[in-house]
Write a protein that binds this ligand. Structure first.
Ligand SMILES: Cc1cc2nc3c(=O)[nH]c(=O)nc-3n(C[C@H](O)[C@H](O)[C@H](O)COP(=O)(O)OP(=O)(O)OC[C@H]3O[C@@H](n4cnc5c(N)ncnc54)[C@H](O)[C@@H]3O)c2cc1C
Ligand code: SF4
Length: 846
């Protein structure tokens, strides 16, 4: 047998690893394979998931991000050198030399060297406190530096820049984004979509400046203090600066070896990924194919597969270009750009646009203006439910439906029919997962062969294992195949758990599991995701009354919960102490006034009978709460998915119509259910007579006094989709009322989906009010004792989160006192209005 030929892989990133896997998969490496591979990777880590890099600051370690499966490096014929770099290529002698002095001869050389972040040539970029955003080590350096920082600027408002801004936010740093283009994500989004995205991002407390260029980094005492921006007199003050303004293909090695490179960079390759030098190939972000460098992982993976095919003797496989449709989650906002999103590649194209700025929703479909009226692309922000079909229409794998507008119109009866046959009509050849080039036929075959959940499809086909944007389509295909086979469809929480929310809730409760890691290890798989993490956090919070931010729980929580306060539009927080039943003593009112005066907080009585104090900086929260806790106030949970208030009218206490003690009951209910974590916020009210001054019928739990006792109404909703509460039981004595409310709330908490308010949960309840009454009032399932006992446990375990925080220095450290904490943040600009300060609007800023 001929001796194995040597393959050298320069660069061990995502695409390099994919190439190795493809070689192993084709039997090219391994005991009998014709190749041995020597891998040289510059980073100290083997290939890791760079797409999920931002999770590193959110608690994931380098091992969690690793792409290398157990035992992979033991593959015979595979040698891996990390922390070394290929420094020179001698194409004549067919060998490479590394930084550590290794000299390795090759029969084939594969360059998979990726990209470098682009840093504009402006003064001061080498100042300590200036970073780029590309590797685990970059993020580790940012994390270390951020520990003493209050504010940071990110240069670049594209995908990477917004990821970086989010990372700063997670690290507790107030972020400002500076973008050269007149809008965010200029490559993917149009003006309307970018405006919606910007609104949503600013609502999170991130400041955005578009249409301005960074012109220099300001330094004092040898470290960053701000960024100069063209057109602004004053620098933007910042303790750190992150450049995330784009990438440049890493072609230095190829250049010095005399290979052809593009005018604007990139190693020139043909459809077989071959460069201008014999037996030298390039794949991934360093490659320039037909004049194009791809900054996405899917095209790189396709190149890796093609090259592995070529090196195994297949001349018929070729890389002919890739679709750049992308779906991303940026700062919690879903964003997608599909095909010819700007309509610039389709002459005469027209766009259909639906936008709802209040809901933060933007949908656009670009349609050709020829006789065929084909869908050629689109943009979505907010609601991405149309994404899977939009991609298929734009690729031409699904025929454009009759009613194109139905694709972007808000959901309405008949919309499904109008968008066509949906997933059922996907032809077998339609590529569903573009990262891994898996078509609908392969996925259907895997399901027919026994893959009975999304995890099984992923394991069997690799679909959905990279960027994850096709996961909803996999779930739809699964449902479709199951339906066709007459199998009942199970609604499991997500791909990481084979259980429904209800089942997981029972597992958590019965087994008293208190950590996400333990739940995942015993009952799930993988690392968790945006769906299961908050859902499980809410289960923990609902099943035991432990401190909400203890241990890993803190990383599972929503933003507001991180600081036990509500983030406002200028990045400061509001403080809402509990005022049970709206009853407050004059002394209590005086303390609130004094605190507001001392910290110059804007003060407003809320619609729910509380006092909201606005404009507190994170580092001020502990001092404010010390004053409030000392005066007997406790957290009002305005930030939590929890009971907010029990509003009340004055009832028999003062009102001449009152028939029951509305205030007394409201206080009792509010104290009983305070801190109760739920799938969504819960509001409640008690009215002292049928005149209903407390508006109890617009609440999740509404109580109205009668001559004989209390009427209980449930599942009402104010807000965006108001819904009247339904009458559950009448003329109850107080003890029975409380028992019914206990059972109702616990039944809701245990069976609703995450972020589902009682009204939407109730609307989906089979059997409606009759079923609910049977369970809660008539105890038809024999559950009530258990539900009430659950509630008793909650009541017994309640502790004010702010009191607990102040009593524990470790917990308090989360609200660390920043460097220069006493100096006002110059990015916060206020105007005085009606005797108080409020944040300036953009037109009022200097
Ligand atoms: C924060 C972030 C978020 C992203 N999000 C997305 C996303 O949502 N969707 C998407 O499709 N893409 C995303 N990307 C882009 C995606 O990560 C890249 O497309 C992908 O990593 C490219 O793979 P690659 O192997 O070509 O390069 P890399 O993964 O960068 O690997 C190249 C490796 O080669 C090493 N190297 C370079 N030169 C040498 C040398 N001379 N010798 C030895 N080693 C060398 C480098 O150090 C690096 O480790 C994101 C990137 C970042 C940074
Ligand atoms: S609801 Fe009845 S008791 Fe309460 S304030 Fe109004 S009129 Fe008075």
């Amino acid at each position: 047998m001929a001796a194995a030929r040597t393959l050298v892989l320069a660069g061990y990133g995502m695409v390099g690893h994919r190439f190795l896997e493809a070689m192993v998969g084709r039997g090219q490496l391994g005991p009998d394979g014709p190749w041995r591979a020597v891998v040289v990777g510059e980073e100290p880590y083997a290939a890791y998931d760079r797409v999920s890099l931002s999770s590193y600051v959110d608690g994931l370690g380098a091992d969690d991000l690793s792409l290398v499966g157990p035992g992979f490096h033991d593959t015979p014929g595979l040698v891996v050198h990390l922390d070394d770099r290929v420094d020179a290529v001698d194409t004549a002698a067919r060998r490479v030399t590394t930084a550590q002095g290794r000299v390795v001869g090759y029969d084939a050389l594969v360059l998979a060297t990726g990209s470098v972040p682009f840093v504009p040539a402006i003064p001061g970029t080498d100042t300590p406190g200036v970073f780029v955003y590309r590797t685990i080590d970059d993020l580790e350096a940012i994390r270390m530096w951020a520990a003493g920082c209050r504010s940071g600027v990110v240069v670049g408002g594209g995908l990477l820049g917004l990821e970086a801004a989010n990372a700063l936010r997670i690290l507790g740093v107030q972020a400002t984004v500076v973008e050269f283009a007149p809008r965010l994500m200029p490559v993917q989004l149009d003006e309307g979509a970018a405006a919606v995205l910007q609104d949503r991002i600013e609502a999170l407390g991130i400041t955005v400046h578009t249409g301005c260029a960074a012109s220099g980094v300001r330094a004092e005492g040898g470290q960053v203090v701000g960024l100069d921006v063209d057109g602004r007199d004053e620098p933007i003050q910042a303790d750190l600066v992150v450049f995330a303004a784009g990438i440049r293909p890493r072609d230095d090695l190829a250049r010095s070896a005399g290979l052809d490179v593009g005018e604007r960079g990139g190693v020139v390759v043909d459809d077989g990924c071959a460069t201008s030098a014999p037996d030298v190939y390039a794949i991934g972000e360093c490659a320039l194919h037909r004049g194009r460098v791809y900054g996405l992982v899917a095209p790189g993976y396709q190149m890796a597969d093609v090259l592995a095919g070529r090196l195994s003797g297949r001349d018929d496989v070729a890389f002919t270009g890739a679709d750049t449709s992308t779906k991303l989650k940026l700062l919690g906002v879903d964003v997608a750009s599909v095909g010819d999103a700007h309509g610039t590649r389709t002459e005469g194209s027209r766009a259909l646009v639906y936008t709802d700025p209040l809901a933060g929703d933007y949908r656009k479909v670009v349609v050709s203006n020829d006789g065929s009226r084909r869908v050629v692309g689109g943009i979505l922000v907010g609601d991405l439910s149309a994404y899977p079909l939009l991609v298929q229409y734009a690729r031409g794998t699904l025929e454009t439906p009759e009613r194109i507008d139905a694709l972007i119109a808000p959901a309405s009866p008949g919309a499904d029919a109008a968008t066509g046959a949906g997933v059922a009509a996907l032809p077998p050849g339609a590529v569903v997962c573009s990262c891994n080039t898996v078509d609908a036929g392969t996925i259907r075959a895997a399901i027919q062969d026994g893959a009975d959940d999304v995890g099984g499809i992923k394991a069997g086909t690799r679909a959905g294992t990279t960027c994850g944007s096709c996961l909803p389509l996999l779930a739809d295909l699964l449902d479709d195949e199951h339906r066709k086979a007459g199998v009942a469809v199970r609604r499991t929480l997500c791909e990481h758990f084979d259980h429904t929310r209800q089942e997981l809730f029972d597992i958590v409760r019965v087994k008293r599991i208190r950590s996400f890691a333990a739940l995942l290890a015993e009952h799930g798989r993988g690392r968790g995701c945006e769906i299961c993490k908050p859902a499980v956090a809410s289960m923990f919070a609902s099943t035991a009354s432990g401190y909400i931010l203890d241990g890993e729980q803190s990383t599972l929580q929503d933003t507001n919960d991180h600081f036990l306060a509500n983030l406002q539009r200028d990045g400061t927080y509001s403080v809402v102490p509990r005022v049970p039943g709206g009853e407050i003593t004059p002394d209590g009112l005086i303390v609130l006034g004094q605190v507001a005066q001392e910290f110059d907080l804007y003060t407003k009585i809320t619609g729910a009978q509380r006092v909201d104090l606005f404009g507190a900086r994170v580092d001020q929260l502990p001092a404010i709460w010390t004053r409030l806790v000392d005066a007997g106030f406790e957290s009002g949970h305005a930030y939590g998915k929890a009971l907010r208030t029990v509003k009340s009218c004055v009832g028999t206490t003062w009102c001449r119509y009152g028939v029951q003690d509305a205030v007394g009951l409201a206080i009792r209910l509010e104290l009983r259910y305070r801190g109760l974590r739920a799938p969504h916020k819960i509001k409640s009210a008690v009215s002292g007579c049928a005149r209903e001054c407390a508006e109890a019928q617009g609440k999740d739990v509404g109580v109205i006094a009668t001559e004989r006792g209390w009427n209980l109404h449930v599942a009402g909703n104010g807000g965006m989709t108001p819904q009247h509460a339904v009458l559950l039981a009448t003329d109850l004595d107080t003890e029975t009322l409380v028992r019914h409310i206990d059972a109702f709330l616990m039944y809701y908490i245990r069976t609703a989906d995450r972020l589902e308010r009682t009204a939407s949960w109730f609307n989906k309840l089979e059997g409606g009010i009759d079923h609910l009454r049977a369970v809660v009032v008539d105890d038809s399932l024999g559950l009530v004792d258990e539900l009430v006992a659950d509630m008793e446990r909650h009541v017994a375990g309640y502790e004010c989160e702010w009191k607990a925080t102040l009593a524990d220095p470790e917990r308090l450290a989360r609200f660390r006192v920043f460097v220069n904490a006493d100096e006002p943040d110059p990015s916060l600009v206020y105007v005085r209005e009606r005797g108080q300060r409020r944040p300036a609007f953009p037109h009022e800023r200097p």
